[in-house]
Design a binder for this molecule. Structure first.
Ligand code: SF4
Length: 334
């Protein structure tokens, strides 16, 4: 049928949740409008901010970078090489190509080169406690991966003085995360779940998720319509990612009642989070410099030496992995 936006072109996508359908042009408008609403609702970004976007090569982060640049924001990219075989090399190629095509700044970091281990190493050398758990090794790989991404992201933002860090988390990611936290009533995680986390006293830049109002399907459609090349294949280690299970469950519910995911997430953000969780208690956690790397890390018990989670994991893996770390930690830019 016809696009219900311009009422002229043929529609290329149906959006059941919004009870509408759009042609390519109106769809791209819809995406930018949703990002605008997200940014304004939380005061996420200003036009004079230097923004660092974590770009994995997947559809969400590339789309986010593309949208922010088109909206006129100053957005640079950060790609972190995880060492996951062909999946990683293809991702890096795609991100480099995009940055080159747009003529924008890209920081490229590599776990193995900079820190002496990569994600497959964490699968090869699991902790004994992880081996005992069902799929514990796979889960630990994703844990190490997430920890490393956060660490390198913070570090790059600090080192280069970025004002804000942006990630491509979409509505599906955020709803699945919330679902998992609710199932176990992990209230401290729920309190920290927000499309925007303010800058911390220890010097970490604020963190924003401008795609939280848009679904995975919308982001894939955006990339196709805009002709953005992205890594379609899933990470080969995704088995260990528990969030996938929650996504499947929510998709099942969404099929029966479109809009369920959005109600679940937005209801929490608009009506539950601010009223029932004390923000200060969670954001006010004081940060102290890590004893190893000097980056801000949550303060431990008085008297304990603070070593951040990344340095502890790295320390354990370096004892097991036979690969020299590069000593000069200057990053590669183009
Ligand atoms: Fe990292 Fe796990 Fe995601 Fe693969 S699936 S990129 S290992 S978090």
């Amino acid at each position: 049928g016809r696009c219900l936006g311009c009422k002229e072109q043929d529609a290329v996508i149906d959006l059941a949740r919004h009870r509408t359908r759009y042609c390519g042009e109106c769809f791209v408008d819809h995406i930018r409008t949703q990002v605008r609403v997200a940014i304004d609702a939380y005061g996420m970004l200003r036009y004079d901010d230097e923004i660092l976007v974590a770009v994995s090569g997947g559809k969400d982060s590339l789309a986010l970078w593309d949208i922010l640049l088109d909206m006129g924001y100053n957005a640079s990219g950060l790609y972190l090489g995880l060492g996951i075989g062909a999946y990683s090399s293809r991702s890096e190629r795609i991100v480099r190509d995009y940055a080159e095509r747009r003529g924008v700044r890209l920081h490229v970091e590599d776990l193995a080169e900079e820190y002496g281990f990569d994600i497959p190493d964490s699968v090869k050398h699991p902790r004994r406690s992880d081996k005992k758990k069902k799929n514990g090794v796979g889960r630990a790989a994703c844990g190490t991966c997430g920890l490393s991404k956060r660490y390198v992201f913070n570090k790059t933002a600090l080192r280069h003085g970025y004002d804000v860090m942006a990630t491509g988390h979409n509505l599906d990611d955020e709803a699945a995360q919330l679902f998992g936290n609710v199932l176990r009533w992990q209230t401290e995680f729920m309190a920290r779940q927000s499309p925007m986390l303010p800058a911390s006293e220890g010097g970490l830049a604020r963190k924003v998720k401008p795609l939280y109002r848009l679904t995975e399907r919308e982001m894939a459609a955006y990339c196709v319509i805009r002709g953005l090349d992205y890594v379609v294949e899933e990470c080969p280690l995704v088995e260990g990612n528990t969030v996938m299970r929650y996504k499947d469950a929510l998709n099942e519910l969404e099929r029966a009642a479109p809009g369920t995911k959005a109600h679940f997430l937005f209801g929490f953000l608009d009506r539950v989070r601010d009223e029932h969780f004390d923000q200060d208690e969670h954001f006010g956690t004081s940060l102290v410099p890590c004893d190893d790397c000097g980056l801000p890390t949550p303060a431990h018990q008085p008297g304990q030496t603070p070593v951040c989670a990344f340095c502890r994991t790295r320390g354990r893996l370096l004892q097991l992995v036979d690969r020299p770390a590069r000593s000069d930690a200057s990053d590669d830019e183009h």
